[in-house]
Design a protein around this ligand. Sequence first.
Ligand code: DC
Length: 210
Amino acid sequence: MTRHLVIAIDGPSASGKGTLAKRLARHFGLPHLDTGLLYRAVGWISARSGRPPAEVAASLTADDLADPQLRSDEAGQEGSKVAALPEVRANLLKFQKEFSSQQPGAVLDGRDIGTVICPEAPVKLFVTASSEARAERRYRELRRQGVDTIKPRVLAEMAERDRRDSERAAAPLRAAPDAWLLDTSEMDADAAFAAALAFIERKGFRSSGP
Ligand code: DC
């Protein structure tokens, strides 16, 4: 691989973008940043410490991202709320930009990677799936983790988060005009990876690994 390869992946929750990002990063030997984790950590820490979200965002460290509780739906909702604050977004921008400019490239997933963080990325994917398919996945994942919930509640919470993420004024969830749309409603993780890889290889990028 000779060209700087930034793979920008956006999409709503439980669309499969995180799994896809990890697999593409492994395939191409690139570092991966789950940017949702940054917002989750800001929301989580701010809610528990009472510190203003923008201040938490300005002093976030790698250690703050290690808490397993950040994977919970509660942290997702808190992340979604602070993500609507322009100062929070501004304070997380530099870290994300620097991450994406390392050589030989990087994979980032989130909501505004192709539109705001890496508008120059040579590969942009917008991963989506029907609300039903996403809620079903999330429901199964929660049950696997032993969380007692019901499908209608998962669907309602997901709809609330989608609405907040799509309707906010600051960097709302949008597909970049030059993003490739991947609907994973009828796909498993292997099929989504194969489709995305074929698209990236058509653009002339190949893994330099074994
Ligand atoms: O991808 P996720 O569910 O971990 O993200 C948690 C929240 O963070 C999501 O509801 C919206 C916000 N987010 C964002 O606004 N911009 C990003 N690049 C990533 C996440």
